[in-house]
Design a binder for this molecule. Structure first.
Ligand code: F6R
Length: 244
């Protein structure tokens, strides 16, 4: 628990930067699972700063994003593809072929196979070394909404009403928020060797309390993280205020 989200974000960025450097020393790729939304913005800002000012290189980094709205054009400013380029990829030396964000333009008839291929691609790199997460008020990680199975893989999912309400301001009204998304599964996330979930602000305090202190249940998919043996929650004071 940190006083501010800035302190917590810098700590997380430092852990990611160290992992990238350690892998470089071993001549290995660093496989990162990445999140969008407001929670990781300062982490990306700090990684960009370290690239520009301290020479942190992303040449060995391979990324897989958690999710993307469906349907969604890549150049739409609400897309997660756009978000990631805006906040990270456009400002560091990552190779374009090493970037993977679920494609919101895939035809519905090819979607099932596309999701299997996304899953297989992660496996082909030996799995995720590090997965960065935020948490939704429904308890979703990625877009694994309540009801998600513990062994779920990458798939198309229907977004919870609360998730669409929370996304409404950036879409200028709930009617414009897509009803579906492609998301890595709980199983995909749980296979990561290291997981860091960040939550900032008072509106996350209730779901953080349920996630950490509640019973493991598909009704709060983030509770599945209790069974992962290398997960940390990085919180600010407000997000931790309902913990007993
Ligand atoms: C985003 C994602 C979501 C968000 C969550 C919290 O890629 O997978 O699970 O992390 O909805 O969003 P913010 O950070 O905007 O509160």
């Amino acid at each position: 628990i940190y006083n501010t989200s800035i302190e917590g974000s810098i700590l997380v960025a430092n852990e990611i930067a160290q992992l990238i450097k350690d892998k470089q020393k071993e001549n290995q790729n660093c496989i990162l699972g990445l999140a969008t939304g407001s929670s990781p913005i300062k982490v990306y800002e700090e990684l960009v700063r370290q690239h520009k000012e301290e020479g942190l290189s992303f040449s060995n980094v391979i990324t897989f994003n958690l999710d993307e709205y469906y349907p969604m054009e890549k150049n739409n400013i609400q897309s997660y593809h756009y978000f990631m380029h805006e906040h990270l990829f456009n400002h560091v030396n990552i190779l374009p072929e090493n970037i993977h964000v679920p494609d919101g333009t895939i035809d519905s008839e090819n979607l099932y196979q596309y999701c299997i291929d996304y899953e297989m691609k992660i496996k082909s790199y030996g799995g995720l070394d590090f997965q960065l997460l935020g948490i939704g008020r429904t308890g979703h990680i990625g877009f694994n909404e309540p009801g998600s199975h513990i062994n779920s893989g990458t798939r198309i999912i229907t977004l919870d009403h609360i998730t669409r309400v929370d996304a409404a301001p950036s879409f200028i009204g709930i009617d414009n928020v897509p009803r579906k998304a492609i998301t890595m599964g709980i199983g995909t996330i749980k296979n990561a060797k290291r997981i860091v979930l960040m939550a900032w602000g008072a509106n996350k305090s209730k779901i953080i309390q349920e996630t950490i202190e509640g019973e493991i249940s598909s009704l709060v998919p983030a509770t599945y993280l209790q069974q992962h043996n290398n997960t940390s929650f990085i919180l600010d004071e407000e997000a931790s205020s309902d913990l007993t």
